[in-house]
Write a new protein. Sequence first.
Length: 272
Amino acid sequence: MTPSSISLSLVIAAASTTLAQDVVSHFNETAEGWTSFVCNCGGNYGPTLSTNPYTWQPGAGYDGQPGYLQATDPYGNCNFFSAPPSFTGNRSIYLGGRLDFALRSNVVDWTSDDVVVIVSSGAPVLVRAIGVPAPVNTWVSYSIPLAADGNWRVATKTGAAATTTQVSAALTNITALRISGEYGSTAPAEIVGLDGVRLSRACSAADVGSQGGIAGPDHILDNNDFIVYIDYFFAGNPLADLGRQGGIAPGDDTFDNNDFIVFIDLFFDGCG
Ligand SMILES: [Ca+2]
Ligand SMILES: [Ca+2]
Ligand SMILES: [Ca+2]
């Protein structure tokens, strides 16, 4: 290893520690506090009608770590996975970030309640259609922007588009975060798995690369961002001109070590 590759390795290794700010559920050994929420379908996803105990499963899930959560839905009403307190309360730092998770269902013939719901004390109930986890019996990953992108709706999934003010207010005092487990049209019907839930912050401008070292952001800061940044740098791409004398922003139409210093600072600003 050359000194520069050693230091780059140290930077990337240290960067993984910044991900500690992400809120995650891998379900390695338990249900990690996730509970059931059963309510009427098709609307405000209001008061609990009943509970539906989930079973933790030790087998391989989606996220490469053992264990996942499984719900066998015995009801005609709508069944949700409800997040534990680690995902609720003041989560305003995640505005502009993402909610990632994966679902798997053995039935996907009920498409009316394919939603994520944020209940808060500061905004209307926010509802977002996510699409059923098709095809059946296959883990399907979701990456949900926590931003007013037109797809967060007020009260129902066809309600008015939530504003940035509403999304921001909701994230400031979340009282419930729910992911639908309702994808079957008859009861008892579906068996639904949930795995790899992650709440992560918006990434900094260092998110220039994606899996495989391909250009373009992917809401993950890792070695792919270094690969793409270095390509940009040696190609003289203006996207790599981030710094100037003294290792500070903005760029100065010159490519030198100051650009790397600013890039690394941005990298450590992180996504979580
Ligand atoms: Ca898992
Ligand atoms: Ca990236
Ligand atoms: Ca520069």
